[in-house]
Each structure stands twice: as structure tokens, then as C-alpha cells.
Ligand binder design. Sequence first.
Ligand SMILES: C[S@@+](CC[C@H](N)C(=O)[O-])C[C@H]1O[C@@H](n2cnc3c(N)ncnc32)[C@H](O)[C@@H]1O
Length: 292
Amino acid sequence: MSISVVGHNAVVEQPVNPQDRARSLSAMSPERATSYSIRQRLASRYHAFWFRLGQGLAWSRGIYRERASGQLDQLSGVVRERIERLQQRFDVRFEESARQLTALKQYDYLDILEQAWSGMRLPRSRGGVVQDIGSSNFWYAPVLHTFFRPAELLGIEVEGHRIYLNGYSRLDYAQGYIHSLPNAQFIVGDYAYYERPADIVTAWYPFVTPDPVLAWRLPLSLFTPHALFSRIARNLQPHGRFVMINQGRNEATIAASLCRKVGLARQGSCEVTTPLRPRRPPVLSVWGHAQR
Ligand SMILES: C[S@@+](CC[C@H](N)C(=O)[O-])C[C@H]1O[C@@H](n2cnc3c(N)ncnc32)[C@H](O)[C@@H]1O
């Protein structure tokens, strides 16, 4: 198995340790360990076909650059005010390089980080290697860059070759989003097999139950939460932090138990009850290695 890496238009292949892979596979084959319904199995097989096809084709139409909206229109007074506060605090204008919807989503993620961090009263980490797990097309790379000011930013996405209706792939979009960010990379691969130390690992809405995996049109063979969380714990430096955002308290509780099982301890947690965009209140939690 190999992992494709894209950053500043460079593509390289990173070999994955075969022993590691074999260990992970034998330890956690979810279809073997979990009993799924017939509906889930059929859906999983269907998604597996398209997933494998996408992987095999690894199609690219070239870098995709969004047309910048330049300014934000039709916002309510409250939303505009909150966005202006973020713009001042972080000295950013996402709309100068993204269309309106993307820029609003980016302010929303930045607001979640900002609100949660102030709520938890944790010092803000800066610099170092930041790895983001399950980055989709990495549309929020500018947010992570703004908030963490990393020396290196990596987005790792297992389905980076998914193709959109316009013929561009996630990877093509990701190249556009990281284009102007120094030392940013988009990596197509399974994080469970990605071996590299990190100062900060972020995961926005990781899968902790099987149904969202199917809803995202992925096969259940990719649902290996224990493997994923073990890898986070192994990659995290001794002083490192894992920043996780979950959809609501129930998911946060399931995810917290996965963190504890791999030896992580919670340093803080915050439910963001007034997100910028209407949604179930996200729960952000910060984890480090448990003291022995
Ligand atoms: C719920 S989506 C969240 C996407 C993105 N973080 C966001 O906030 O828009 C979860 C993402 O994780 C990816 N993913 C799931 N398992 C993964 C793994 N083991 N390694 C890398 N990416 C993974 C999925 O393909 C999907 O894009």
C-alpha cells in the first residue's frame, strides 16, 4: 500500500510499513468484528466498488481554483458582526480567495476553534507539525493555517480521489486550497497507516459509528476507529495535542471512550452552542498523552 502526497504541486509516493499494515488489518477488520445488517453490507459493497474504482483511476483534471467572491453578501447583522470580529482578530479575509459559501464555512470552523479555545482557557499552540485527519478536499486548510500557524500542515484523506460532477477530484480542489499556504500538503491515504510524528492532530467529525460511513458513501471496511485512534496516539509527540470536533454530545462520548482506550487523557472540552452556521452544537475536545 502506498500513500500519495501532494503539496506545492509535488506528488510523491510514501511507502507504508507492510508489517504495520498487516498488524492493523488483523487487529481490526470491522466486517469481521462487527455484525452489520444486510442493508449495511449491501450498501458497503456498492460503495466499495466505487471507492476502488476511484483509487484505481486516481483521476485528476488539474488544480481547481475557486473564484473568489471578494466580499460577503446578504448576511444578517449578527453574523456579519461576528465575522468582522474574526477578521480583525486573525487578520484574515477568506472571501478574497474563496467563493461565498466556502468562506462562510471557513469562518464557521475558525469560530468553533476560537470559541472553544477561549472557553477551555488553554494556551494556544503555534508552530510545529499539524496533521488533519479526514480532510475531505481540505477546504478548511486556510482555517487551520490561520489558527495554529503551523510550520507544516498536512491533510490526510483516504478518499482523496473522489471525483465531483465537474470532473475535478478532491485532490484537485485540495491543491487549490493549499496553493498559497507555505509548507502545506494533501495526502491521499488511510491515516491508520500513516506514520509520522505530529505536534497537533486535528479531526473534524471523525467516524465513530458505522452509519455516517455509509452516508458518506464509503465502504465499512474503512470503519476502523480503533486503528485510527491508535495511530493518533502513536503519532502524537509526548507534548502533542489531539484536537477533535464531534457532532453533538453522543458522538463526543463515543469518541472520548476511543481516546481513553488508546491512552489519551482529556485536557479540555467545550460544546459550542452558538455556531456561526445553524447545526447541531459541535463539541470540541483536546487530548494529550495520559501521565503514567
Ligand atoms: C465526516 S467526514 C468529515 C470531513 C471533513 N473533516 C470536514 O469537516 O468537512 C470524514 C472524512 O474522513 C475521511 N476518512 C475516514 N476514515 C479515514 C482514514 N482512516 N484516513 C483518512 N481519512 C479518513 C472520509 O473519507 C471523510 O472525508
